[in-house]
Design a binder for this molecule. Structure first.
Ligand SMILES: Cc1cc2nc3c(=O)[nH]c(=O)nc-3n(C[C@H](O)[C@H](O)[C@H](O)COP(=O)(O)OP(=O)(O)OC[C@H]3O[C@@H](n4cnc5c(N)ncnc54)[C@H](O)[C@@H]3O)c2cc1C
Length: 438
Protein backbone atom coordinates (compact mmCIF):
# COMPACT_ATOMS: atom_id res chain seq x y z
CA UNK A 1 0.00 0.00 0.00
CA UNK A 2 1.36 3.39 -0.97
CA UNK A 3 0.65 6.22 1.43
CA UNK A 4 -0.91 8.89 -0.78
CA UNK A 5 -1.00 12.65 -0.24
CA UNK A 6 -4.34 13.90 0.99
CA UNK A 7 -4.08 17.56 1.88
CA UNK A 8 -7.29 19.08 3.17
CA UNK A 9 -9.09 22.18 1.89
CA UNK A 10 -8.03 24.37 4.79
CA UNK A 11 -5.21 26.26 3.11
CA UNK A 12 -5.97 29.98 2.90
CA UNK A 13 -3.77 30.56 -0.16
CA UNK A 14 -5.66 27.90 -2.10
CA UNK A 15 -9.06 29.07 -0.90
CA UNK A 16 -8.24 32.61 -2.05
CA UNK A 17 -7.88 31.39 -5.67
CA UNK A 18 -10.71 31.30 -8.18
CA UNK A 19 -12.15 27.81 -8.77
CA UNK A 20 -9.76 25.49 -10.61
CA UNK A 21 -10.34 24.61 -14.29
CA UNK A 22 -11.85 21.18 -15.02
CA UNK A 23 -9.48 18.37 -14.20
CA UNK A 24 -7.80 15.92 -16.60
CA UNK A 25 -7.05 12.54 -15.02
CA UNK A 26 -4.84 9.66 -16.03
CA UNK A 27 -6.97 7.22 -18.01
CA UNK A 28 -6.05 4.10 -19.98
CA UNK A 29 -2.53 3.10 -20.96
CA UNK A 30 -0.38 6.09 -21.90
CA UNK A 31 3.03 5.95 -23.56
CA UNK A 32 5.27 8.88 -22.70
CA UNK A 33 8.83 9.86 -23.55
CA UNK A 34 9.16 11.28 -20.05
CA UNK A 35 6.96 11.18 -16.98
CA UNK A 36 7.29 13.50 -14.00
CA UNK A 37 5.59 12.54 -10.77
CA UNK A 38 4.58 15.38 -8.42
CA UNK A 39 3.50 18.82 -9.64
CA UNK A 40 5.03 21.02 -6.94
CA UNK A 41 7.92 23.41 -7.60
CA UNK A 42 10.29 20.53 -8.39
CA UNK A 43 7.97 18.63 -10.73
CA UNK A 44 6.70 21.73 -12.55
CA UNK A 45 10.25 22.90 -13.21
CA UNK A 46 11.36 19.43 -14.34
CA UNK A 47 8.47 19.03 -16.78
CA UNK A 48 9.01 22.50 -18.24
CA UNK A 49 12.72 21.94 -18.78
CA UNK A 50 12.20 18.49 -20.34
CA UNK A 51 9.78 20.02 -22.80
CA UNK A 52 12.23 22.80 -23.64
CA UNK A 53 15.00 20.27 -24.29
CA UNK A 54 12.74 17.93 -26.27
CA UNK A 55 9.95 19.92 -27.90
CA UNK A 56 8.78 16.86 -29.84
CA UNK A 57 8.63 14.56 -26.82
CA UNK A 58 5.47 13.67 -24.95
CA UNK A 59 5.92 14.71 -21.30
CA UNK A 60 3.33 13.66 -18.74
CA UNK A 61 3.22 15.51 -15.41
CA UNK A 62 1.14 13.63 -12.85
CA UNK A 63 -0.11 14.57 -9.39
CA UNK A 64 -2.34 12.79 -6.90
CA UNK A 65 -4.08 16.08 -6.08
CA UNK A 66 -4.99 19.34 -7.81
CA UNK A 67 -1.96 21.54 -8.47
CA UNK A 68 -1.23 23.78 -5.42
CA UNK A 69 -2.99 21.53 -2.93
CA UNK A 70 0.37 20.11 -1.77
CA UNK A 71 3.20 21.80 0.14
CA UNK A 72 4.17 23.98 -2.82
CA UNK A 73 0.84 25.80 -2.58
CA UNK A 74 0.71 25.80 1.23
CA UNK A 75 3.97 27.44 2.24
CA UNK A 76 4.65 30.93 3.57
CA UNK A 77 5.62 32.33 0.19
CA UNK A 78 9.26 33.27 0.86
CA UNK A 79 11.52 32.72 -2.15
CA UNK A 80 14.91 32.82 -0.49
CA UNK A 81 18.22 33.36 -2.24
CA UNK A 82 20.52 32.80 0.72
CA UNK A 83 21.70 29.28 1.58
CA UNK A 84 19.60 27.49 4.17
CA UNK A 85 20.54 28.28 7.77
CA UNK A 86 22.50 25.05 8.27
CA UNK A 87 24.19 25.35 4.88
CA UNK A 88 25.30 28.86 5.88
CA UNK A 89 27.46 27.21 8.53
CA UNK A 90 29.32 25.18 5.88
CA UNK A 91 33.10 25.67 6.26
CA UNK A 92 33.74 25.91 2.49
CA UNK A 93 32.90 29.38 1.08
CA UNK A 94 32.70 27.91 -2.45
CA UNK A 95 29.93 25.54 -1.30
CA UNK A 96 27.86 28.48 -0.08
CA UNK A 97 28.49 30.50 -3.24
CA UNK A 98 27.24 27.58 -5.32
CA UNK A 99 24.03 27.38 -3.27
CA UNK A 100 23.56 31.10 -3.60
CA UNK A 101 24.07 30.91 -7.36
CA UNK A 102 21.60 28.04 -7.70
CA UNK A 103 18.94 29.79 -5.63
CA UNK A 104 19.41 32.99 -7.63
CA UNK A 105 19.06 31.06 -10.88
CA UNK A 106 15.75 29.70 -9.56
CA UNK A 107 14.55 33.19 -8.63
CA UNK A 108 15.49 34.53 -12.07
CA UNK A 109 13.60 31.65 -13.66
CA UNK A 110 10.49 32.23 -11.56
CA UNK A 111 10.71 35.96 -12.18
CA UNK A 112 10.88 35.35 -15.93
CA UNK A 113 7.81 33.09 -15.84
CA UNK A 114 5.80 35.48 -13.70
CA UNK A 115 6.59 38.40 -16.03
CA UNK A 116 6.15 36.47 -19.30
CA UNK A 117 2.83 34.92 -18.37
CA UNK A 118 1.66 37.79 -16.17
CA UNK A 119 1.02 35.40 -13.29
CA UNK A 120 -1.00 37.26 -10.70
CA UNK A 121 0.64 36.03 -7.48
CA UNK A 122 1.76 39.07 -5.47
CA UNK A 123 5.29 38.45 -6.79
CA UNK A 124 7.47 41.13 -5.21
CA UNK A 125 11.19 41.77 -4.82
CA UNK A 126 10.92 43.11 -1.29
CA UNK A 127 13.67 41.13 0.51
CA UNK A 128 13.05 39.84 3.99
CA UNK A 129 13.57 40.62 7.63
CA UNK A 130 15.03 38.21 10.12
CA UNK A 131 13.73 39.33 13.49
CA UNK A 132 14.72 38.91 17.14
CA UNK A 133 12.28 39.18 20.03
CA UNK A 134 14.58 38.41 22.98
CA UNK A 135 18.25 38.22 23.87
CA UNK A 136 18.28 34.68 22.50
CA UNK A 137 17.07 35.93 19.13
CA UNK A 138 19.61 38.75 19.18
CA UNK A 139 22.42 36.25 19.74
CA UNK A 140 21.23 34.40 16.61
CA UNK A 141 21.18 37.72 14.73
CA UNK A 142 24.76 38.48 15.80
CA UNK A 143 25.80 35.09 14.49
CA UNK A 144 23.87 35.65 11.27
CA UNK A 145 25.63 39.00 10.83
CA UNK A 146 28.97 37.25 11.10
CA UNK A 147 27.90 34.60 8.53
CA UNK A 148 26.69 37.30 6.12
CA UNK A 149 30.00 39.14 6.41
CA UNK A 150 31.78 35.88 5.57
CA UNK A 151 29.49 35.34 2.61
CA UNK A 152 30.09 38.90 1.38
CA UNK A 153 26.40 39.50 0.78
CA UNK A 154 24.63 42.81 1.46
CA UNK A 155 22.50 43.17 4.56
CA UNK A 156 21.28 45.91 6.84
CA UNK A 157 20.69 46.00 10.60
CA UNK A 158 17.23 47.46 11.28
CA UNK A 159 16.76 49.00 14.70
CA UNK A 160 13.71 48.80 16.93
CA UNK A 161 11.92 51.99 15.86
CA UNK A 162 12.40 51.57 12.10
CA UNK A 163 11.33 47.95 12.37
CA UNK A 164 8.26 48.79 14.47
CA UNK A 165 7.15 51.31 11.84
CA UNK A 166 7.31 48.68 9.10
CA UNK A 167 5.79 45.78 11.07
CA UNK A 168 3.13 47.75 12.95
CA UNK A 169 4.29 46.13 16.18
CA UNK A 170 6.96 47.02 18.75
CA UNK A 171 7.36 43.33 19.62
CA UNK A 172 10.74 42.85 17.94
CA UNK A 173 14.00 44.24 19.28
CA UNK A 174 15.72 44.44 15.92
CA UNK A 175 16.18 42.62 12.63
CA UNK A 176 18.57 42.01 9.79
CA UNK A 177 17.20 42.90 6.37
CA UNK A 178 18.51 41.01 3.35
CA UNK A 179 17.44 42.36 -0.04
CA UNK A 180 17.62 39.28 -2.31
CA UNK A 181 14.44 37.38 -1.37
CA UNK A 182 11.01 37.61 -2.98
CA UNK A 183 7.53 37.19 -1.58
CA UNK A 184 4.55 35.69 -3.39
CA UNK A 185 1.20 33.93 -3.08
CA UNK A 186 2.35 30.30 -3.41
CA UNK A 187 -0.88 28.69 -4.60
CA UNK A 188 -1.32 31.41 -7.23
CA UNK A 189 2.27 31.05 -8.43
CA UNK A 190 2.11 27.26 -8.67
CA UNK A 191 -1.23 27.27 -10.43
CA UNK A 192 -0.09 30.05 -12.74
CA UNK A 193 2.97 28.03 -13.75
CA UNK A 194 0.84 24.93 -14.33
CA UNK A 195 -1.54 26.96 -16.51
CA UNK A 196 1.37 28.01 -18.75
CA UNK A 197 3.26 24.78 -19.27
CA UNK A 198 4.80 24.18 -22.70
CA UNK A 199 2.40 22.59 -25.23
CA UNK A 200 4.04 19.17 -25.10
CA UNK A 201 3.50 18.81 -21.33
CA UNK A 202 0.21 17.14 -20.38
CA UNK A 203 -0.86 17.71 -16.81
CA UNK A 204 -2.80 14.88 -15.16
CA UNK A 205 -4.23 15.77 -11.76
CA UNK A 206 -6.11 13.74 -9.13
CA UNK A 207 -4.23 10.77 -10.49
CA UNK A 208 -2.45 9.04 -7.62
CA UNK A 209 0.24 6.57 -8.64
CA UNK A 210 0.10 3.49 -6.47
CA UNK A 211 2.97 1.46 -7.82
CA UNK A 212 6.15 1.79 -9.86
CA UNK A 213 7.47 -1.21 -11.79
CA UNK A 214 10.43 -1.63 -14.06
CA UNK A 215 9.69 -3.84 -17.09
CA UNK A 216 11.84 -4.35 -20.17
CA UNK A 217 13.72 -1.09 -19.80
CA UNK A 218 10.57 0.97 -19.18
CA UNK A 219 8.91 2.31 -16.07
CA UNK A 220 5.30 1.46 -15.48
CA UNK A 221 3.36 3.86 -13.24
CA UNK A 222 0.13 2.31 -12.07
CA UNK A 223 -2.76 4.60 -11.30
CA UNK A 224 -6.38 3.95 -10.41
CA UNK A 225 -7.87 4.26 -13.90
CA UNK A 226 -4.80 3.95 -16.03
CA UNK A 227 -1.05 3.58 -16.27
CA UNK A 228 1.93 5.28 -17.87
CA UNK A 229 4.78 3.53 -19.63
CA UNK A 230 7.95 5.54 -20.03
CA UNK A 231 11.69 5.00 -20.33
CA UNK A 232 12.45 7.98 -18.07
CA UNK A 233 10.74 8.93 -14.87
CA UNK A 234 11.55 11.96 -12.71
CA UNK A 235 10.29 12.09 -9.13
CA UNK A 236 9.35 15.43 -7.57
CA UNK A 237 7.44 13.70 -4.80
CA UNK A 238 9.29 15.11 -1.78
CA UNK A 239 8.64 12.94 1.31
CA UNK A 240 6.40 10.58 -0.73
CA UNK A 241 9.51 9.35 -2.57
CA UNK A 242 9.82 6.96 0.40
CA UNK A 243 6.58 5.27 -0.59
CA UNK A 244 8.21 3.79 -3.67
CA UNK A 245 11.05 2.33 -1.59
CA UNK A 246 13.65 5.04 -2.27
CA UNK A 247 15.50 6.96 0.45
CA UNK A 248 13.15 5.12 2.74
CA UNK A 249 15.08 5.44 5.97
CA UNK A 250 16.71 8.73 5.11
CA UNK A 251 13.91 11.28 4.75
CA UNK A 252 12.06 12.64 7.77
CA UNK A 253 8.47 13.87 7.41
CA UNK A 254 7.83 17.15 9.18
CA UNK A 255 4.71 19.27 9.26
CA UNK A 256 4.55 22.97 9.97
CA UNK A 257 1.48 25.19 10.26
CA UNK A 258 0.15 28.61 9.37
CA UNK A 259 -2.91 30.75 10.12
CA UNK A 260 -4.01 34.01 8.59
CA UNK A 261 -6.58 36.72 9.10
CA UNK A 262 -9.09 38.04 6.64
CA UNK A 263 -7.92 41.21 4.84
CA UNK A 264 -7.83 44.08 7.33
CA UNK A 265 -10.43 46.81 6.87
CA UNK A 266 -9.31 50.42 6.42
CA UNK A 267 -9.98 51.12 10.10
CA UNK A 268 -7.98 48.06 11.21
CA UNK A 269 -5.18 49.01 8.86
CA UNK A 270 -5.13 52.42 10.51
CA UNK A 271 -4.79 50.83 13.96
CA UNK A 272 -2.11 48.46 12.69
CA UNK A 273 -0.08 51.41 11.42
CA UNK A 274 2.61 49.38 9.61
CA UNK A 275 3.37 48.80 5.94
CA UNK A 276 1.91 46.28 3.50
CA UNK A 277 3.78 43.43 1.83
CA UNK A 278 6.71 42.43 4.00
CA UNK A 279 7.91 39.12 5.42
CA UNK A 280 9.87 38.26 8.54
CA UNK A 281 11.45 34.95 9.43
CA UNK A 282 12.63 34.27 12.98
CA UNK A 283 16.30 34.74 13.88
CA UNK A 284 15.89 31.65 16.04
CA UNK A 285 14.57 29.13 13.55
CA UNK A 286 12.11 27.60 16.00
CA UNK A 287 10.39 30.98 16.36
CA UNK A 288 7.53 32.53 14.40
CA UNK A 289 7.39 33.54 10.73
CA UNK A 290 5.26 36.63 10.15
CA UNK A 291 3.90 38.17 6.98
CA UNK A 292 1.70 41.06 6.04
CA UNK A 293 0.48 40.23 2.56
CA UNK A 294 -0.03 42.72 -0.23
CA UNK A 295 -3.79 42.14 0.22
CA UNK A 296 -3.76 43.08 3.94
CA UNK A 297 -3.76 39.69 5.66
CA UNK A 298 -1.48 38.90 8.59
CA UNK A 299 0.00 35.40 8.45
CA UNK A 300 1.56 33.58 11.39
CA UNK A 301 3.58 30.39 10.95
CA UNK A 302 5.13 28.35 13.72
CA UNK A 303 5.16 24.86 15.31
CA UNK A 304 6.67 21.72 13.88
CA UNK A 305 5.50 18.12 14.18
CA UNK A 306 7.17 14.88 13.27
CA UNK A 307 4.47 13.07 11.30
CA UNK A 308 5.38 9.42 10.71
CA UNK A 309 1.91 8.88 9.21
CA UNK A 310 2.14 11.77 6.76
CA UNK A 311 -0.27 11.97 3.86
CA UNK A 312 -3.31 13.24 5.67
CA UNK A 313 -4.01 16.61 7.18
CA UNK A 314 -4.50 17.41 10.84
CA UNK A 315 -7.82 16.66 12.49
CA UNK A 316 -10.13 19.35 13.85
CA UNK A 317 -8.89 19.05 17.44
CA UNK A 318 -5.26 19.50 16.39
CA UNK A 319 -6.25 22.43 14.20
CA UNK A 320 -7.92 24.16 17.17
CA UNK A 321 -4.84 23.62 19.32
CA UNK A 322 -2.48 24.96 16.67
CA UNK A 323 -4.77 27.88 15.97
CA UNK A 324 -4.78 28.73 19.69
CA UNK A 325 -0.96 28.86 19.66
CA UNK A 326 -1.01 31.05 16.56
CA UNK A 327 -3.61 33.28 18.16
CA UNK A 328 -1.35 33.83 21.15
CA UNK A 329 1.55 34.75 18.85
CA UNK A 330 -0.78 37.13 16.97
CA UNK A 331 -2.17 38.81 20.08
CA UNK A 332 1.20 39.56 21.66
CA UNK A 333 2.19 41.27 18.43
CA UNK A 334 -1.11 42.94 17.53
CA UNK A 335 -3.26 43.40 20.66
CA UNK A 336 -5.06 46.31 18.93
CA UNK A 337 -6.35 43.83 16.33
CA UNK A 338 -7.77 41.39 18.89
CA UNK A 339 -11.16 41.28 17.20
CA UNK A 340 -9.73 40.32 13.78
CA UNK A 341 -10.36 36.58 13.39
CA UNK A 342 -8.24 33.97 11.69
CA UNK A 343 -10.10 32.61 8.70
CA UNK A 344 -7.81 29.66 7.91
CA UNK A 345 -5.32 27.42 9.71
CA UNK A 346 -3.46 24.81 7.73
CA UNK A 347 -0.46 22.52 7.78
CA UNK A 348 1.79 21.05 5.15
CA UNK A 349 4.35 18.28 5.03
CA UNK A 350 7.90 18.35 3.71
CA UNK A 351 11.06 16.30 3.99
CA UNK A 352 14.15 17.00 6.05
CA UNK A 353 17.22 14.89 6.64
CA UNK A 354 19.27 14.55 9.79
CA UNK A 355 22.42 15.81 8.06
CA UNK A 356 20.43 18.56 6.24
CA UNK A 357 21.62 17.19 2.91
CA UNK A 358 19.45 17.37 -0.21
CA UNK A 359 19.16 14.38 -2.48
CA UNK A 360 19.51 15.10 -6.20
CA UNK A 361 20.24 12.64 -8.97
CA UNK A 362 19.80 9.19 -10.39
CA UNK A 363 18.18 6.45 -8.30
CA UNK A 364 18.19 3.68 -10.91
CA UNK A 365 18.33 3.31 -14.67
CA UNK A 366 15.88 5.82 -16.08
CA UNK A 367 14.79 7.03 -12.64
CA UNK A 368 15.79 10.38 -11.14
CA UNK A 369 14.71 12.30 -8.06
CA UNK A 370 15.00 15.58 -6.27
CA UNK A 371 13.89 15.01 -2.70
CA UNK A 372 14.49 16.63 0.65
CA UNK A 373 14.76 20.39 0.60
CA UNK A 374 14.77 20.75 4.39
CA UNK A 375 11.79 23.06 4.34
CA UNK A 376 12.97 25.75 1.94
CA UNK A 377 11.78 24.24 -1.29
CA UNK A 378 10.51 27.12 -3.42
CA UNK A 379 13.86 28.13 -4.91
CA UNK A 380 15.43 24.75 -4.31
CA UNK A 381 12.57 22.77 -5.87
CA UNK A 382 12.68 25.05 -8.91
CA UNK A 383 16.39 24.79 -9.56
CA UNK A 384 16.72 21.12 -8.64
CA UNK A 385 13.74 20.14 -10.82
CA UNK A 386 15.20 22.09 -13.73
CA UNK A 387 18.63 20.50 -13.40
CA UNK A 388 17.14 17.06 -12.87
CA UNK A 389 15.68 17.37 -16.35
CA UNK A 390 19.13 18.37 -17.66
CA UNK A 391 20.57 15.27 -16.04
CA UNK A 392 17.84 13.05 -17.50
CA UNK A 393 18.46 14.28 -21.06
CA UNK A 394 22.24 14.31 -20.68
CA UNK A 395 22.70 18.09 -20.94
CA UNK A 396 25.93 19.41 -19.43
CA UNK A 397 26.21 22.70 -17.55
CA UNK A 398 28.15 24.39 -14.78
CA UNK A 399 24.93 24.59 -12.73
CA UNK A 400 24.46 20.85 -13.04
CA UNK A 401 28.00 20.27 -11.81
CA UNK A 402 27.39 22.73 -8.97
CA UNK A 403 24.22 21.04 -7.77
CA UNK A 404 25.91 17.66 -7.89
CA UNK A 405 28.68 19.04 -5.71
CA UNK A 406 26.43 20.58 -3.06
CA UNK A 407 24.02 17.65 -2.71
CA UNK A 408 24.60 14.20 -1.30
CA UNK A 409 23.02 11.35 0.55
CA UNK A 410 20.70 12.18 3.47
CA UNK A 411 21.95 10.26 6.49
CA UNK A 412 20.27 7.08 7.69
CA UNK A 413 17.68 7.41 10.44
CA UNK A 414 17.58 5.15 13.46
CA UNK A 415 14.60 2.78 13.54
CA UNK A 416 11.26 3.62 15.16
CA UNK A 417 10.41 4.18 17.97
CA UNK A 418 13.88 5.62 18.68
CA UNK A 419 13.59 7.99 15.71
CA UNK A 420 10.18 9.34 16.75
CA UNK A 421 11.26 9.82 20.35
CA UNK A 422 14.43 11.60 19.24
CA UNK A 423 12.70 13.95 16.80
CA UNK A 424 9.82 14.72 19.16
CA UNK A 425 12.15 15.57 22.01
CA UNK A 426 14.30 17.76 19.74
CA UNK A 427 11.26 19.67 18.53
CA UNK A 428 9.97 20.04 22.10
CA UNK A 429 13.36 21.26 23.35
CA UNK A 430 13.64 23.79 20.49
CA UNK A 431 10.10 25.02 21.24
CA UNK A 432 10.89 25.47 24.91
CA UNK A 433 14.23 27.20 24.29
CA UNK A 434 12.62 29.52 21.75
CA UNK A 435 9.46 30.22 23.75
CA UNK A 436 10.20 33.96 23.89
CA UNK A 437 10.68 34.07 20.12
CA UNK A 438 7.32 32.41 19.44
C1 LIG B 1 3.42 25.89 6.18
C2 LIG B 1 4.67 25.79 5.32
C3 LIG B 1 5.46 26.91 5.12
C4 LIG B 1 6.58 26.83 4.29
N1 LIG B 1 7.23 27.99 3.97
C5 LIG B 1 8.18 27.98 3.00
C6 LIG B 1 8.70 29.21 2.49
O1 LIG B 1 8.25 30.30 2.87
N2 LIG B 1 9.67 29.14 1.56
C7 LIG B 1 10.15 27.94 1.08
O2 LIG B 1 11.07 27.94 0.24
N3 LIG B 1 9.64 26.77 1.52
C8 LIG B 1 8.66 26.76 2.44
N4 LIG B 1 8.08 25.58 2.84
C9 LIG B 1 8.54 24.32 2.24
C10 LIG B 1 8.08 24.17 0.79
O3 LIG B 1 6.69 24.36 0.69
C11 LIG B 1 8.43 22.78 0.28
O4 LIG B 1 9.76 22.54 0.59
C12 LIG B 1 8.23 22.71 -1.23
O5 LIG B 1 6.91 23.02 -1.56
C13 LIG B 1 8.59 21.32 -1.77
O6 LIG B 1 8.32 21.31 -3.16
P1 LIG B 1 8.35 19.95 -3.96
O7 LIG B 1 7.93 20.25 -5.34
O8 LIG B 1 9.67 19.28 -3.79
O9 LIG B 1 7.31 19.00 -3.22
P2 LIG B 1 5.72 19.14 -2.98
O10 LIG B 1 5.25 20.50 -3.14
O11 LIG B 1 5.46 18.41 -1.71
O12 LIG B 1 5.14 18.31 -4.20
C14 LIG B 1 5.09 16.90 -4.22
C15 LIG B 1 3.88 16.52 -5.02
O13 LIG B 1 3.90 15.10 -5.22
C16 LIG B 1 2.57 14.65 -5.23
N5 LIG B 1 2.58 13.21 -4.97
C17 LIG B 1 3.12 12.57 -3.90
N6 LIG B 1 2.91 11.24 -4.00
C18 LIG B 1 2.26 11.02 -5.16
C19 LIG B 1 1.76 9.85 -5.81
N7 LIG B 1 1.89 8.62 -5.29
N8 LIG B 1 1.11 9.99 -6.99
C20 LIG B 1 0.98 11.23 -7.56
N9 LIG B 1 1.43 12.37 -6.97
C21 LIG B 1 2.06 12.26 -5.79
C22 LIG B 1 1.90 15.48 -4.14
O14 LIG B 1 0.50 15.55 -4.29
C23 LIG B 1 2.58 16.84 -4.28
O15 LIG B 1 1.81 17.75 -5.05
C24 LIG B 1 6.97 25.59 3.70
C25 LIG B 1 6.20 24.46 3.94
C26 LIG B 1 5.06 24.54 4.71
C27 LIG B 1 4.25 23.32 4.92
Amino acid sequence: MVNLPKDDRSCGWYQALPPAAPVTRLNGVQQADYAVLGAGFAGLAAARRLAEHRPDARVLLVDAQRVAEGASGRNSGFVIDLPHKFALEHPDPAHKQKLLGLNRAAIAQLDGLVQRHRIDCQWSAVGKYQGAVSARGEAFLDHFEHLMNDLGEPFRMVGHSELSAVLGTAYYRRAIFTPGGYLMQPAALVRGMADHLPDNVELLEQSPIRELQRQGGRWRLKGELGEIHTPKLLLGTSIFTREFGYLKHRLLPVMTFASWTRPLTDAELGRYGGELNWGLTPADHAGTTLRMTADRRILIRNSYRHVPRYGSSIDERQRQRIQADHRQAFLVRYPELAEVPFTHTWGGVYAISRNFTNFFGRLEDGLYASACDNGVGVAWGTVSGTLLADLAVGAESQQLRDIQQVTGMPSLNPPEPILGMGVRSRIALAKWQSRREL
